[in-house]
Write a protein that binds this ligand. Structure first.
Ligand SMILES: Cc1cc2nc3c(=O)[nH]c(=O)nc-3n(C[C@H](O)[C@H](O)[C@H](O)COP(=O)(O)OP(=O)(O)OC[C@H]3O[C@@H](n4cnc5c(N)ncnc54)[C@H](O)[C@@H]3O)c2cc1C
Length: 500
């Protein structure tokens, strides 16, 4: 604890989890919106948590803190309610329904579109509700909606258990799981973490607290598992199936020049054809080399970063699972390789996608994606756009192979797919917004020909509201609209961004 780097990281993580860092960053850059109001603070009957009105002096600080990253949308709710209990949520929803205030929900605040910030209406912030209880017998975690990834990791590890948590420690568990959720060790758990939701408590548009699971209100359960940022209720508790911690978590990483991408993709195809890969998470990143000197031409500093993570029952099994990578052209051709490194979950966070990592740091974000069965070809189709067009050093393309997603009757996840592939623009200067959005937008026609579908948590819905629709089959989309009409007939809750 005396190590200043560790202390700094802990402070950063705490501030980040409160959304405060992002807010301060933006406030430093611009003037505060409102002058302090002299009127007494607003109360909402039955709500004990803080209520913030648009005319309150601290409104802008709170508004910006609702979004974790620095892409703060110019959208202004009338009221923000920081719920501290399920009773608060019930009272807030009833108040909103009676006063014709449309409701949006915020938990971890990570969604790149900032969907919790809408113009007018009420934002219910559930991030302060963060209790976790674990039933060791059933290995089910009961979590409140504000729980973050790293909190669940810590609580589960104490019981020798794990969950396919997000790759970054500060992501909200409810937004992540409700929209799908591609977490650590996804390959072993159906690709998406949403399949590990086994029940929930939800405050409906009528202000009623209802339970749902596979037997109770199965239609609501179906929508909950995959609908994401268009959901029509407030989840106040999730029940998540946990799993024993893999005995051995081992990773082998290979760095090759971007020119070698065809070798990388054909090698991975061949390894996967010949070997069982059910317990291997396989990530390929197209990156700007983090150590490339600033004067190096950007196009020359681009690399492929391949990591195979084995989550196994023994060190021997993990070593065997990674052996085909070591024996392949990846092993012989890579400029840098680190093989058979053992990790704990905490170390995975520190090493990959930490708050200080280019891929997980607080910045401005835009992202879009495909789910595909042709991950290699999709990467190749994007290589030139990435090499010559990437607007910043942190811009990257991420392919998660081996997801093996299969649709199920109890989830609205709509596609069978092997690979998730996302294009991420990450930048700091607001003056660069246009260039970065353009890079993501221009990636869409390059990757879409390979798509079987899209992942709803990571589409660029600000410029393309139709992307949300494209995350579901026609049949599932229609059913979601019918369920919305059933559970929220008066439109208390916001739809997906850009949909009414
Ligand atoms: C740095 C970073 C790392 C990421 N890593 C991963 C990753 O490893 N894997 C992955 O799959 N995704 C990842 N994501 C994407 C992430 O899954 C989505 O952005 C997700 O929506 C974040 O959820 P949240 O609760 O933090 O966000 P919020 O912005 O708070 O929530 C998004 C929306 O979800 C809905 N919602 C959330 N909670 C509730 C609730 N309790 N009740 C009702 N509706 C609710 C609301 O509509 C809300 O507006 C990452 C994003 C970032 C910025």
């Amino acid at each position: 604890m005396n190590d200043p780097t560790i202390s700094r990281r802990l402070v950063l993580q705490q501030l980040a989890s409160l959304g405060v860092l992002g807010a301060l960053g933006t406030l430093r850059a611009g003037p505060l919106a409102a002058a302090a109001s002299t009127e007494p603070a607003q109360t909402v009957a039955g709500v004990s948590g803080k209520v913030i009105r648009r005319r309150d002096g601290d409104y802008e600080l709170w508004r910006q803190a609702m979004v974790w990253h620095d892409s703060k949308p110019d959208r202004y709710p009338d009221l923000m309610v920081q719920a501290t209990s399920t009773q608060d949520v019930i009272a807030a929803v009833k108040y909103a329904a009676q006063n014709a205030l449309r409701v949006a929900v915020r938990s971890g605040g990570h969604n790149s579109n900032g969907p919790s910030l809408r113009d007018g209406g009420m934002l219910i912030d559930v991030s302060a509700m963060s209790d976790i209880a674990i039933d060791e017998k059933t290995q089910v975690a009961s979590i409140q909606p504000g729980v973050r990834s790293s909190q669940l990791v810590g609580a589960a590890l104490e019981k020798g258990l794990s969950f396919p948590v997000p790759h970054c420690p500060s992501v909200g568990m409810s937004g992540f799981t409700m929209g799908g959720g591609i977490g650590w060790n996804y390959a072993q758990h159906g690709g998406f973490a949403t399949f590990s939701i086994v029940g929930a408590e939800i405050v409906t548009a009528a202000g009623q607290l209802v339970k749902t699971d596979a037997q109770t209100r199965p239609d609501l359960f179906w929508a909950l598992r995959g609908m994401g940022p268009g959901f029509f209720g407030v989840v106040t508790r999730l029940y998540l199936q946990l799993y024993p911690v893999p005995v051995s978590m081992m990773a082998s990483s290979y760095i090759l020049p971007l020119d070698d991408l065809p070798t990388v993709t054909s090698t991975l195809d061949s390894i996967r054809e010949k070997n069982e890969m059910e317990r291997v998470e396989l990530l390929v990143l197209l990156l700007h080399h983090p150590d490339a000197p600033p004067e190096a031409p950007a196009a020359d500093a681009k690399i492929c970063f391949v990591t195979a993570f084995a989550f196994e029952d023994s060190v021997e099994q993990a070593t065997a699972a990674l052996a085909p990578f070591a024996r392949s052209a990846l092993g012989s051709k890579s400029a840098v390789k680190i093989e058979n490194q053992q990790y704990s979950y905490e170390q995975l966070y520190e090493t990959y996608f930490s708050l200080e990592d280019p891929g997980g740091r607080m910045a401005r974000y835009a992202v879009d994606n495909v789910l595909t069965d042709e991950g290699g070809k999709t990467l190749e189709a994007l290589a030139g756009h990435f090499r010559h067009g990437a607007p910043t050093r942190d811009t990257h393309v991420l392919a998660a192979f081996n997801m093996q997603v299969r649709t199920r009757p109890d989830s609205c996840i709509s596609w069978n797919a092997d690979t998730y592939l996302g294009c991420y623009a990450i930048w700091d200067d607001p003056a660069e917004d246009e260039r970065n959005f353009a890079w993501v937008n221009d990636a869409i026609p390059l990757m879409d020909p390979f798509a079987v579908g899209h992942y709803v948590n990571e589409v660029e819905g600000r410029g393309h509201p139709d992307r949300f629709r494209q995350c579901f089959t026609d049949e599932n989309w229609q059913r979601l609209q019918q369920l919305r009409a059933k559970y929220d007939p008066n439109g208390v809750f916001h739809h997906y961004l850009g949909h009414s």
